[in-house]
Design a protein around this ligand. Structure first.
Ligand SMILES: C[S@@+](CC[C@H](N)C(=O)[O-])C[C@H]1O[C@@H](n2cnc3c(N)ncnc32)[C@H](O)[C@@H]1O
Length: 242
């Protein structure tokens, strides 16, 4: 890396080992605000794509009593989300699967929520899959990091290396990707702040023997989002499957 960041380890492993619940900008408060503005019915089938430790799936099942499917491809995330659902006795269906190739039939879901996940995947493949598994007029809500301005090659490289991602889209590029995948009525849900640094972590389920390099990586993550707070932020996208 050239920007003063020395990356060791993998950011998604860090989140899994620390067991950070609500590992997306805005945290659980934003999740609740977004979900509570929807009219989620107990008969609805809802997919939490990249569920992490299961905080949002648990809230969905508890609050709306709907049919929740939680999917992730990280074994520790799956273990911790299963643990959460068992402790809270919530009937969430947990699936070990890849967002880019979902093992669901077409038109399976009324809603898909995905909080800080798609950016870690092949964006085109994942959005195409989400379009396929949502029913017509089904709703997709994404919380994703965006570039507020044109970024230097050096910053792009630092951010991609730190998070293990391939590219950083701006708001318009996200909208075009959503349209190309078959979504319409794309809205940006307004937030008081779109800064990445506002999230407070209140939900932790730490593994034993956390590698020291994860503490360094966590510091680097905070340093980066603070240093580039005017350039990197997030949006909540809401759209319908055409
Ligand atoms: C930043 S975390 C967010 C977790 C959760 N949505 C939350 O807000 O707490 C990203 C999650 O996406 C999962 N993920 C990344 N790539 C994936 C893929 N191709 N298929 C399924 N899950 C994936 C990771 O394992 C991780 O749990």
């Amino acid at each position: 890396m050239n920007g003063g960041f020395q990356i060791k380890g993998n950011y998604l492993d860090l989140l899994a080992y620390f067991g950070i619940g609500g590992a997306h900008p805005g945290g659980l408060d934003l999740t609740k605000t977004v979900l509570d503005a929807e009219n989620i019915l107990s008969s609805d089938h809802v997919l939490d794509l990249g569920c992490g430790t299961g905080q949002t799936s648990a809230y969905l099942a508890r609050q709306y009593n709907c049919h929740v499917t939680a999917i992730d491809n990280h074994p520790i995330m799956l273990e911790k989300s299963n643990h959460r659902f068992q402790l809270e006795q919530l009937p969430v269906r947990v699936i070990n699967g890849n967002a880019e190739k979902l093992a669901f039939q077409d038109d399976s879901f009324d809603y898909v929520f995905s909080e800080s996940v798609v950016i870690f995947t092949d964006i085109t493949k994942t959005l195409n899959e989400l379009s396929r598994v949502l029913r017509k007029d089904g709703k997709l809500i994404l919380i994703e990091m965006i570039a507020e301005q044109t970024l230097t090659e050096e910053l792009i490289s630092d951010v991609c290396e730190l998070y293990g991602i391939k590219k950083i889209l701006n708001e318009d590029e996200w909208k075009i990707s959503l349209q190309d995948a078959g979504f319409n009525q794309i809205e940006i849900l307004k937030q008081q702040s779109a800064e990445l640094i506002n999230t407070e972590i209140q939900d932790l389920n730490q593994s034993k023997d956390i590698r020291l390099e994860f503490y360094d990586l966590w510091d680097q993550h905070h340093q980066l989002i603070h240093q580039y707070r005017k350039l990197l932020s997030y949006r909540v996208f809401r759209c319908l499957r055409s």
